[in-house]
Design a protein around this ligand. Structure first.
Ligand code: KG4
Ligand code: ZN
Length: 340
């Protein structure tokens, strides 16, 4: 039996989670999102200061929620990248201090592996092989997974420009909807018509070259929305933000799910995970559920609060690494903001 504490500070959420042998005992989260709203995006200096101010309180709260004392913790895991450098520095420094003071092993972990591991807290160990679609503010990737803690992750495809979450955030701004854009667009889309605006499905269809089979591109879609908004402004036609939001969301979801299902079929893999902040999107979850069922694919998507950044996911990947018997990372590592 071992208890792993995980710390996440790669962006604007300060999260601590505590996991014992694959079971989440408790977690706590603080967010500086409110401080970024007026800038329309995360301001790194503001986020880093907020981490510094809240990290000790979040630690205390997570221990209380998990009903665990610090001296019961056996290992500490921390996000070392990718993410905002100044935010990562706060987390890595704090985790080093905790590990040194407690004389416990410290593990530097990859943020994206954490997003995937979050799912194991709810749905148990991963099968031998699976496909993961990672969709967040910084990533849109299709990955082929084996054992998360020990096997290399095979990278099938990535976005050529904006990440899916970034596209949601930018399109929300174009429509005058508040940051973060994903939840705002989802809310607006609830009363919109997804067929109202004819938007492209980038890199989808028979004409797409093999090298782009699993690649994504969302900047053209964003530009198409921008042109629609400009046209409405020029002609004085009323802009139906709900219809544009619904049409945009439908296009993104269509591309993501089509490519993820194709990746499963091509590799003869029958489990698909969808993780990362955009996996909280209700329309994505529902379309993926329908299409996976039709294709005989088992879909695994964590509960929305485990999709967006949190400390539990870092404790989860830390726990898997501890159980794999891997060596701790020591104290010499730094933050790797652009970790591949
Ligand atoms: O994983 P995450 O919390 O942070 C990163 O690692 O980037 O993802 C944040 C992203 C933001 O772009 C946000 O707009 C998007 O996830 N997001 C959503 C939803 N909730 C969060 N996108 C679409 N629909 C949602 N419900
Ligand atoms: Zn993330």
């Amino acid at each position: 039996m071992s208890i792993t504490l995980g710390l996440e500070t790669s962006c604007d959420e300060t999260g601590v989670g505590i996991v014992r042998d694959g079971v989440l005992l408790g977690q706590a989260l603080a967010s500086s999102m409110d401080q970024h709203i007026r800038y329309g995006g995360v301001v790194p200096e503001v986020a880093a200061r907020a981490h510094l101010e809240s990290v000790s309180q979040v630690l205390r709260q997570a221990l209380t929620n998990a009903d665990v004392s610090l001296d019961q913790v056996d290992a500490i895991a921390v996000t070392s990248g990718p993410g905002l450098a100044s935010s990562l520095h706060v987390g890595v420094s704090a985790a080093k201090a905790w590990a040194l003071a407690l004389n416990k092993p410290l593990y530097a972990v990859h943020h994206v592996a954490g997003h995937v591991a979050a799912d194991t807290l709810e749905h148990g160990p991963l099968p031998e092989r699976s496909i993961a679609l990672i969709v967040s503010g910084g990533h849109s990737s299709l990955l082929m997974l084996g054992d998360l803690a020990t096997d290399p992750i095979v990278h099938l495809g990535d976005t050529l420009d904006d990440a899916a979450g970034e596209a949601f955030d930018k399109v929300a701004r174009l429509l005058g909807l508040p940051y973060p854009g994903g939840p705002s667009i989802q809310r607006a889309a609830e009363t919109g018509d997804p067929t109202a605006v004819d938007l492209p499905r980038p890199l989808l269809g028979s004409k797409v070259s093999e090298c782009h089979r699993y690649a994504f591109s969302f900047s053209g879609l964003k530009s198409a929305v921008a042109r629609h908004v400009q046209l409405a402004q020029r002609t004085g036609a009323p802009l139906q933000a709900e219809d544009v939001a619904a049409s945009f969301q439908e296009a993104v979801v269509d591309v993501l799910v089509t490519k993820a299902v194709a990746a499963c079929r091509d590799h003869d893999i029958d489990t698909l995970l969808i993780v990362g902040g955009v996996a909280a999107n209700a329309r994505l979850r529902s379309v993926a559920e329908t299409r996976c069922r039709a294709a005989g694919i088992t879909l695994r998507v964590p509960a929305p609060k485990l999709c967006t950044d949190n400390g539990a996911m870092i404790a989860a990947i830390g726990d898997l690494i501890v159980h794999s018997g891997a060596k701790p990372s020591g104290y010499e590592f730094g933050a790797d903001s652009s970790a591949p």
